[in-house]
Design a protein around this ligand. Structure first.
Ligand SMILES: [Zn+2]
Length: 316
């Protein structure tokens, strides 16, 4: 398996992104028309991307990619209610579910897989690294999140049943063709993205960027995350639409904002007096809200302060 971490030069030379059809975003752009972001029609390929958002207790996206003859779902949300609603949306559309793709092993993306796939013989596909981490960490997540979310924490969790490798092309019929990109450690211990082939370049990018929301950095992989951002900035066409795990779609230019967010977070920790843990954490929160003045997913950033302070050698 080729990952960004292991083979920088190989990745930079990879031509898959540049070989894709490059078009500029037209009037149907999901960026230009906020109301259209939930269901963006692509007349050329007859593909529609439906953004499905879990609203409570916090926002997280899954996607239904609707081709002429079938559906592909990317990620599954977290809660019991939301993942069942996602499945109901799939059933409402009424086309066969060809595959479920998983971008990374965080519970807000995989915990709903059981409800989404219930009663269906459907492949659940990701790269080996994502599969390994999801299975490895599930007991720990179960202990933690079972208490946090109660009945909304799905008990029928399942895991990917097929793995693919970097550069693999996945073909589920017209409008449903993807290229796999194995990112390695980034926002989570192992991330991947799926690049959809069509008239307009777009990718299902997981949590490689958060759409103007605070970020989860408690896997303590910020150096690898920044490296992944730099490589994707080099590699992805600038007009590619990135369908991300939290918030509205972005383009690769937005990755610079995410990179700044990670820098600001480290600077805020370095400037905090952590000899008083509560006051120190409060100063980090204040600094990050100065940079991004909202409370969206703020708790994820707060969970990240101690692990990163430890990594940086800043705990008293
Ligand atoms: Zn997420």
């Amino acid at each position: 398996m080729r990952t960004i971490k292991d083979d920088t030069d190989g990745i930079s030379r990879r031509a898959f992104a540049k070989g894709m059809t490059m078009t500029t975003l037209g009037a149907a752009s999901s960026i230009a028309l906020p109301g259209a972001a939930r269901a963006v029609a692509d007349p050329g390929s007859a593909t529609t991307v439906h953004r499905f958002e879990q609203a409570a207790p916090f926002p997280v996206n899954a996607y239904i990619v609707e081709g002429q003859h079938g559906l592909v779902v990317v990620d599954s949300t977290l809660t019991d209610t939301s993942s069942k609603a996602l499945r109901a949306r799939v059933d409402d559309i009424g086309k066969p579910l060809r595959v479920i793709l998983l971008t990374h092993p965080h519970p807000d993306h995989y915990a709903g897989l059981g409800n989404l796939s219930a009663g269906l013989d459907v492949p659940i596909v990701t790269v080996a690294g994502v599969n390994d981490v999801a299975r490895r960490d599930d007991a720990e997540k179960d202990a933690l999140l079972g208490g946090m979310f109660g009945a909304e924490w799905p008990q029928n969790r399942v895991f990917p049943n097929q793995t693919v490798a970097d550069g693999d092309r996945l073909d589920f019929g017209p409008g449903l063709r993807f290229t796999v990109r194995d990112i390695g450690p980034a926002e989570s211990h192992h991330d991947c993205i799926f690049i959809h082939e069509g008239e307009r370049p777009e990718a299902f990018a997981g949590d490689i960027a958060y759409g103007l929301m605070h970020a989860y950095m408690a896997d303590d992989r910020n150096p690898e995350w920044k490296r992944a951002i730099a490589l994707l900035q080099d590699e992805l066409p600038e007009d590619m639409v990135l369908h991300i795990g939290h918030g509205m779609p972005v383009t690769p230019g937005f990755l610079a904002w995410q990179d700044s967010y990670l820098d600001r977070f480290e600077a805020a920790i370095a400037n905090a007096d952590l000899s008083d843990p509560d006051a120190g954490a409060a100063s980090v929160v204040a600094a990050m809200q100065d940079f991004l003045p909202n409370e969206q997913l703020l708790f994820l950033m707060e969970l990240s302060i101690l692990p990163n302070a430890e990594r940086l050698g800043l705990l008293p």
